[in-house]
Design a protein around this ligand. Sequence first.
Ligand code: SAM
Length: 282
Amino acid sequence: MNPADFNTLKSILKAEGFDFKKSLGQNFLIDSTVCPMMAQASCDEQTGVLEIGPGAGVLTAKLCDKAKKVVAIELDERLRPVLAKTLKDKTNVEIIFGDAMKLDLAGLIKEKFSDCKRVSVCANLPYYITSPMIMYLLESRLPIDNITVMVQKEAAERLCAKVGSREAGAVTVAVSYYSKGEILFEVKREAFMPSPNVDSAVIQLRIRKEPPVKVNHEEKFFRFVKACFAQRRKTLINTLASAMGANKARLREILSELGLPETVRSEQLDMNLLAEISNRLN
Ligand code: SAM
């Protein structure tokens, strides 16, 4: 069984009467070069891989060939008979049907991967939950080595941007706080069935052991960061005053202490400056 073969995959989906649900972000990979590259970047024979959204199992099969074990979480029960066919030759895979955003992933990793040297997360992520899913994975502080995922190209650029650049947003800061992000390669829209309206990219987030900056209070720091990027066109002082009711006089003082102009905008601040301003405000 080779589910990466387009005709085989098409005939299995047809035999099971499967139709794609846009609302679940169902764009399945059909380019035979992409899945092996993702598997190669994500894992080795000592790794346990948690896959989110196996779909018809094309990426899953490649992960099985490379990793020690694969546990894949799929929301759509209609894929049960499809996966039973496409993964019937694989002995190191378990499929769990459920919502990856609602499962206790830390508990799952502990239960399923205790015999693996390291754990990684790999997915061709459903586009409708890209950022919430990545944030859920990062904020859960899972004991994982890396997150290797396919996302829309624009999302990849934002997630892996340099904090302190025009492309950066609140999600960039969060990603940089928990991990080191990198765009591995781009994938054209024709690599999917059905083909989406945008191109994609595979990114890898290598989980940090320690955050790159010291913040006094993490929750307040992330609330501050969200406020910083709420109105990107405004100056930092005006954005913070309107988004979190910050005291303008105190903000002017802090900016002056740090040698920053009053007109500074959030996108000009690197991680150190964001942490420093947040710490002084709190
Ligand atoms: N991995 C397959 C591939 O690369 O061809 C399918 C990827 S498709 C972009 C996303 C998959 O995620 C779909 O199979 C969809 O049903 C599933 N999915 C959507 N929301 C999910 C959720 N909350 N939890 C788990 N799976 C989900």
